[in-house]
Design a protein around this ligand. Sequence first.
Ligand SMILES: Cc1ncc(COP(=O)(O)OP(=O)(O)O)c(N)n1
Ligand SMILES: Cc1nc(C(=O)O)sc1CCOP(=O)(O)O
Ligand SMILES: [Mg+2]
Length: 221
Amino acid sequence: MTEHATPMRGWGAEALRLMLVTDDALAGGRPLEEIVAAAVQGGVSCVQLREKHLGTRAFVARGRALKALLAPRRVPLVINDRVDVALACGADGVHLGQSDMAVEDARRLLPPAVFIGWSVETLDDVRRAAALPLDYLGTSPVFATTTKLDAAPAWGLDGLRAVRAATALPLVAIGGLHAGNAAQVLAHGADGIAVVSAICSAADPEAAARELALAVAEGAR
Ligand SMILES: Cc1ncc(COP(=O)(O)OP(=O)(O)O)c(N)n1
Ligand SMILES: Cc1nc(C(=O)O)sc1CCOP(=O)(O)O
Ligand SMILES: [Mg+2]
């Protein structure tokens, strides 16, 4: 049994209902903090800071700024890829993929309160997850997306259902998700959704998050 006694290290699985994954390139020149604050106001339950081009110091500084913004609102901050950055900015979680640091190594380095998510691209990954100290899985990707150009082949809804049948870990669906398909994705076994463009590219990120939160709540009923 690798699951922690308290889901998501005390945050509860509800924290995974609607995850904003950041992408500065889609923010249209707006400050990322502004988009994150608006998204939280609209109902985002978790924020993943994903920085593919930022240097380490700037990544840590941005993580600290987001942590200061999110902590009073009781919204967890997840750092994508970088365990060192997560440690430096006091993040609540880390998201790792198949090419990132091994989950066992990350678990050894991180405090027990920090949760770990892992991307699964194949059913073999899902089976291997059972033996790893993980708190949630990201189903990578559910639908085709232009936001991540090196994404694995899409699971589709049947694939998502197969992942659900193969694990008891909380599932966060990602890839090509929006208010129009969120409920369907929850109906096929996801516990929550993660979105980039549906919020970062929206003219009104708060309204976009609110619409997504409603769709997710609808799907969870
Ligand atoms: C919730 C969630 N699921 C999957 C991913 C993808 O992680 P990874 O495969 O490591 O790819 P990058 O995001 O690092 O490009 C994710 N970030 N979040
Ligand atoms: C960050 C990320 N990871 C993916 C994966 O498949 O692992 S897809 C993705 C980007 C999702 O962006 P959008 O919500 O704009 O489709
Ligand atoms: Mg990664």
